[in-house]
Design a protein around this ligand. Structure first.
Ligand code: ZN
Length: 438
């Protein structure tokens, strides 16, 4: 049914990228982006640790060489080499013998999913910790004598925070942002699936020679990466019309989409329409500032509408932020389904035509521009179009606010899209309209 080539490609990416240790910063993020570079021409870039970005500071570059917990006999009961979720991300170095009681304050496990190792981070407070499954927790608790706890980690204040970026230019300078995050260690749906999908979607867009929008594609660490990107690219951000956060798109569960901050924005209507027209069962989540980077991009200064289309959305699936969000849970065919869905949404966006009435304080005097019949009272429709040109002009001037599409006006007014475009272009020549995306 599906193209076997692309299935293999995704399978290969999942297997190569899953084991890599990623965090806010570090070599694993560079290695991840280098693998993606085999498919798309993304640039690997760095923010400097210590740089101020709005209210935040870029963190020191983090490295962890090894970590383990040994019992008195010297047997490793927990080893970072077996799972990179075992150590709380950004843990400070530790080399200490302690009782289980002392250790237990820094141990995390899940009562309700005993087989899973939870994922925890301590990015912004200096601390350390180990994450284990329930059985490992019990084994640790049964040990006689002291446990040797060891974390060999390093913070480099002269280091960097790595990200990936590239732009696919279209006919318009108006941009669509595809933003995904690369800071999670070995978990498949959150968010290995997200950056694999972003890569495949970008690869597809690169093949399209007739794009109208330009597409800006960024691979950043979540939160701090998006904030840093916005801070360093304020001007660019103002050119972005719509954004997508590509996250959790490869689970076996239902499709869903989280509305962008302005529920009435056309992108939400498009996504709804694509789901319905393709008979796809989906869950709709209302906008909520909790979540991923949508809250950065749609903060009051930027106000970019950034919906999240997902398949097993973050927070909602049982294995979220655990070691069971693995390659048994995420499958290449699920990512392909998300790819097809995203492609359809982008196809719809690419069909949209938007103009803006630039003399929009009440109605302009059309007569002065030879656009109004000089004899008042003559409002008969022209026989061919069943609607006269004056009415078409009035519809367009009333409708085009820079946000509403001519495609919607076609439905609203029953005037054919081609006719609307033809008259709109005439109004552009008369300096009454400007093209937003056409
Ligand atoms: Zn997450």
């Amino acid at each position: 049914m599906h193209n076997k080539g692309i299935l293999n490609k995704i399978d290969n990416l999942l297997k190569r990228l899953f084991p890599i240790y990623r965090s806010l910063t570090g070599e694993g993020n560079r290695e991840t982006l280098k693998i993606l570079q085999e498919i798309i021409p993304l640039e690997i870039k760095e923010f400097n640790s210590g740089d101020k970005v709005f209210d935040w500071v870029i963190p020191d570059e983090y490295e962890i060489k090894s970590a383990w917990i040994k019992n008195e006999k010297g047997n490793r009961i927990i080893d970072f080499n077996n799972s990179n979720l075992h150590v709380v991300s950004y843990s400070t170095p530790v080399n200490k013998k302690m009782t289980f009681n002392e250790l237990s304050k820094n141990l995390y496990y899940l009562d309700d999913i005993p087989d899973a190792i939870p994922y925890r981070t301590t990015y912004y407070s200096k601390d350390w910790g180990f994450c284990v499954n329930k059985k490992q927790f019990e084994i640790l608790s049964e040990q006689k004598g002291k446990l040797h706890v060891f974390i060999d980690s390093e913070f480099n204040p002269k280091g960097n925070m790595t990200y990936g970026e590239f732009l696919i230019p279209g006919k318009s300078e108006k941009e669509i942002l595809l933003s995904t995050y690369i800071c999670h260690p070995s978990m498949a749906n959150d968010n290995l699936s997200g950056f694999i999908l972003t890569t495949l979607l970008a690869d597809r867009l690169l093949e399209n020679q007739s794009l109208r929008y330009s597409y800006r594609i960024i691979f950043v660490p979540e939160t701090i990466g998006a904030i840093a990107y916005c801070a360093k690219n304020e001007k660019i951000m103002k050119n972005i019309d719509i954004g997508f956060i590509l996250s959790t798109v490869g689970g076996p569960g239902k499709f869903g989409y989280k509305e962008s901050w302005d529920a009435n924005h056309r992108i939400n209507k498009i996504i709804n329409k694509v789901f319905i027209e393709n008979n796809i069962d989906f869950v709709k989540y209302l906008f909520d500032p909790n979540g991923s980077d949508e809250r950065q991009y749609s903060s009051p200064y930027f106000r970019i509408n950034t919906p999240v289309i997902s398949k097993d959305k973050f927070y909602e699936y049982k294995y979220y932020h655990t070691s069971l969000d693995n390659l048994d849970f995420v499958k290449p065919q699920f990512i392909i389904q998300s790819l097809e869905l995203y492609s359809k949404v982008i196809d719809e966006l690419e069909k949209e035509i938007i103009y803006k009435n630039i003399k929009n304080r009440c109605e302009v005097m059309l007569g002065r521009r030879n656009l109004y019949p000089s004899t008042g009272g003559s409002f008969l429709p022209d026989a061919e179009n069943e609607i006269n040109k004056l009415d078409i002009i009035l519809w367009i001037l009333n409708h085009c606010d820079g946000k509403s599409t001519l495609n919607d006006l076609e439905k609203k007014s029953n005037i054919k899209l081609e006719k609307l475009v033809e008259v709109s272009e005439e109004l552009v020549e008369n300096n009454l309209l400007e093209r937003i995306i056409s």
